[in-house]
Design a binder for this molecule. Sequence first.
Ligand code: NDP
Ligand code: MG
Ligand code: MG
Length: 340
Amino acid sequence: MAEVLYNQNINEEVLKSKKVAVVGYGSQGHAHAQNLKESGFDVVVGLRPGKSWEKAEQDGVKVKRVADAVKEADVVMVLLPDEHQPSVYEEEIKPNLDAGNALVFAHGFNVHFNQVVPPEDVDVFLVAPKGPGHLVRRTFEEGAGVPALYGVYQDHTGQAEKLAQAYAKGIGAGRAGVLQTSFQEETETDLFGEQAVLCGGLTSLVKAGFETLTEAGYQPEVAYFECMHELKLIVDLMYEGGLEGMRYSISDTAQWGDFVSGPRVVNEDTKARMKDVLTDIQTGEFAKGWILENQVNRPQFNAINVKENQHQIEQVGKELRELMPFVKEQAKSKKEKEVV
Ligand code: NDP
Ligand code: MG
Ligand code: MG
């Protein structure tokens, strides 16, 4: 089994003498900045004036313009949306990096696909929490943490690995488990997971199930409960006890149906297409398409988004959730977006 590090295996002293700039204060940024600060590290947030700036000030975190924060920091964590990182890096980060500094990411995309090319005289590593930023913060406040991967791309000072581990401990990941990876592995598995299983695979499965039932004449409300609402209950059981734990809680009829019908829906053909998706990620084909889409202001992204939001399952779901106050309460407390 791969070595998993916990708080007791990590010495954070190496990061204690450094100043950390957290660039961006969104989903990940607000969590990293506050967790590091409460873990006793010296943190400054880098932003442009605006909404996030106000929020960071309200939270009592020191805020400066990106260029100024980078200038005074030794360790620079880039937590901007991936598609904005290359331009902010070129204009505000790169000119203010000193030799021996560390440039850090929470996802390997831009470095792995050469959209950000770091200078040779800095450390480059990633610390990627395997969970949404709002959970990185919430679990930390509860005394727990979200696991994280760390990986070194470039070790100029000879301290990159120790710094990465200390950073992971600082955001609370050492309470849950810290595992070594590479930029390539983190980038490719992260993209594959969200495309084939967590987001893309799942939304397509849910919609196909809903459409199959409604096209056969069943009530959309019943189809919604069956194919979308119940999913959370099943996923919670899998999260707690794996497939066996989930199967322990469902009826034997459901378990038999799982065994005989599941592989009819997701079969060797599906797996072959998953391999195609993985190949497009590995060859850079997916990255190229996404970078181009952003360069022309996302015409396809926006059109598909509108169409997806108009799907019948979304209309029915909206009405049904209105009638379930407990679901709305949960949503309200998590109003800010949580993404993979
Ligand atoms: P967000 O979309 O939440 O980040 C938005 C933040 O970036 C805001 O504070 C925004 O400030 C700021 N920002 C955007 N453009 C600029 C700019 N030009 N100059 C200064 N600040 C700017 O990003 P995420 O937290 O989702 O993602 C950050 C990184 O973490 C990515 O690399 C992502 O892949 C990775 N990651 C994200 C996860 C997640 O849970 N979201 C999970 C694991 C990794 P303003 O209010 O001014 O717009
Ligand atoms: Mg049932
Ligand atoms: Mg991702």
